[in-house]
Design a protein around this ligand. Structure first.
Ligand SMILES: Cc1cc2nc3c(=O)[nH]c(=O)nc-3n(C[C@H](O)[C@H](O)[C@H](O)COP(=O)(O)O)c2cc1C
Length: 204
């Protein structure tokens, strides 16, 4: 983690953003473990939802999330739509607003690997029938009744594999805001192929 007594180094700040995101992917208690993902639909209506960050690859500038292939967001962002990602680390007093392009994978080796690594409880999330977002007459989980509150076996979870999808977001802009009573700090980073993260200071 960077030393916040020194917030005047743009390249260290960009690095620190990725360091925090990377740490958050494997730390359930990290404030960046749950991020808000936003997109606009075909008529310009905004949509937001919280998603669990599964991987942050700073070299590829890429975030990975898991979702159900039948979810509304998959139709909206599956074609490389622009999305924005919002993160706030309250203890560190850091907000990061990111934007980039999303894509969905359902049948690549990356999906197989993520499925293998998922716990049985996590795999159970993809067994909903009818699909997530379906209207029902009663409040239901959609899970097979015998698996409610129960860890499925590998075989019981397996039908969920076809519903399991990865949402990747490649980030091309990050806006960092650091709150301090001595004066906030704000910086904007755009990714340039030849230069990497190109930062500029902004008035907070
Ligand atoms: C703490 C929390 C974590 C969540 N994590 C995920 C997630 O990792 N993937 C996901 O698809 N939905 C997740 N959700 C549910 C979404 O916020 C959203 O309600 C759901 O995916 C439907 O969104 P959609 O209609 O835009 O597809 C989470 C919700 C909460 C409250």
């Amino acid at each position: 983690m960077m030393d916040y007594s020194n917030t005047d180094n743009l390249s260290r700040i960009a690095q620190d953003c990725w360091h925090r995101l990377n740490k958050a992917a494997s730390d359930r208690r990290h404030a960046f473990h749950q991020l808000t993902i936003a997109n606009s639909d075909a008529v310009g209506q905004p949509h937001q939802r919280i998603m669990v960050l599964r991987e942050a690859d700073g070299d590829a500038r890429r975030l990975r999330f898991h979702t159900d292939a039948r979810a509304a967001k998959v139709d909206m962002v599956g074609d490389g739509a622009p999305v924005s990602v919002l993160a706030y680390d309250m203890p560190a007093k850091i907000q990061i607003r990111m934007s980039g392009k999303a894509h969905i994978e359902t049948d690549t080796p990356n999906v197989d690997k993520a499925w293998e690594e998922a716990t049985l409880y996590a795999r159970r999330c993809y067994l909903a029938d009818p699909a997530p977002g379906s209207f029902t007459d009663m409040p239901i989980s959609g899970l097979p009744t015998e698996l409610e509150g129960v860890e499925p076996t590998v075989e019981e979870a397996e039908p969920g594999r076809t519903n399991f999808a990865l949402l990747y977001i490649t980030i091309d802009r990050m806006e960092w805001l650091y709150l301090a009573h001595t004066g906030h700090r704000r910086a904007l980073f755009d990714y340039e192929t030849d230069k990497g993260w190109d930062g500029r200071w902004m008035v907070p």
